[in-house]
Ligand binder design. Structure first.
Ligand code: TD3
Ligand code: ZN
Length: 308
């Protein structure tokens, strides 16, 4: 089917209390893995591409691969979403290429500046049915022993979130609640600030996004390490914690790291087991299949399986 905005996908998730994965991709194999997983699980999907992905593959290339796969799997609802767009120019590049959803990440600016830029982008995108995500607070782990003032300085302020959503007109919001990008998210226990999340949901009602949501599954990191990799001290958001977040209002679960680890775990395995292999398909094929497996498992955890 034609690519649709993420708004409609996430509205259903919000209404029915589940989450949809936003899976990052910048090459053919990852896109194929995401689509085949969605096909097997009967799950809607959001394809996330960062500015780095647009630079690596080219925005037109990303769009045409996603479009081709979306035509092939015509029954799957798909949105193509710009992840962490940093300015108007990046957003316009994505819009011109055919993306159907964008994130403007101006969370590192003071509130008023974040609001001003976000509002401008909502004004442009909503005229062409492109959904907009924005972020409040900073994406970083916050340990238990820090003061309330320190927590407040980093994580989302629920009252501010309410004003921001009303004033900006965004479609979904990423509130910082203690996660961070990458494979090393928590020093101590893995947890989210669920009280804060609950308040943001009560005050805004819109779909909420969990960034830095990868789980760093043991099965994948074990293979990664068995074949010479090093992920010492890596820790993600456990499935049980993800489920709690979804119960309290998360509807979009951003996932990049898990797919990267899975892919490279299998690449490591294949190249070390078959040292004279020179056909890239023999290396990337099994890696692609393993990414598919990891995504399927995740779709079950998020509750997006069986929604189409
Ligand atoms: O926006 N993203 C994807 C890009 C982060 C770079 O890895 C996320 O929030 C996903 O975060 P992660 O690292 O947990 O998959
Ligand atoms: Zn993110």
């Amino acid at each position: 089917m034609p690519l649709i905005s993420a708004k409609s996908i996430l509205e259903d998730a919000n209404k029915n209390g589940y989450a949809v994965g936003a899976f990052n991709a910048n090459n053919m194999e990852f896109l194929q893995a995401i689509f085949t997983a969605a096909d097997s699980e009967k799950s809607p999907i959001i394809i996330a591409a960062s500015e780095g992905a647009m630079k690596y593959a080219g925005p037109e290339m990303l769009y045409s691969m996603v479009k081709t796969l979306s035509d092939k799997y015509y029954h799957i609802p798909v949105a193509l979403h710009l992840d962490h767009g940093s300015n108007l120019s990046a957003v316009m590049t994505a819009v011109k290429a055919g993306f159907t959803s964008v994130m403007i990440d101006a969370s590192h600016f003071p509130y008023e500046e974040n609001l001003k830029l976000t509002k401008q982008i909502v004004g442009i995108c909503h005229t062409v049915d492109i959904s907009v995500e924005a972020e409040l607070g900073r994406l970083q782990g916050v340990e238990d022993n820090v003061s309330v003032a320190e927590r407040d300085a980093v994580l989302v302020n629920p009252e501010e979130a309410k004003d921001f959503v009303l004033a900006s007109g965004i479609d979904f919001l990423a509130p910082a609640i203690g996660t961070s990008h990458g494979a090393f998210k928590f020093k101590g226990e893995a947890k989210l600030d669920l009280e804060r999340l609950k308040k943001v949901k009560e005050l805004t009602g819109i779909p909420l996004v969990l960034h830095g949501a990868s789980s760093v599954p043991e099965s994948a990191s074990n293979i990664f390490e068995e074949f010479g990799g090093n992920l010492k001290g890596a820790k993600g958001v456990p499935y049980e914690v993800l489920k709690e977040g979804i119960k309290f209002g998360i509807n979009k679960v951003n996932t990049d790291t898990d797919l990267r680890i899975a892919f490279l775990a299998k690449v490591r395995e294949s190249v070390s087991k078959d040292k004279s292999q020179i056909d890239p398909r023999k290396i990337f094929g099994p890696a692609r299949d393993y990414v598919t497996e990891v995504i399927r498992e995740r779709m079950k955890v998020l509750g997006s399986s069986g929604r189409i």
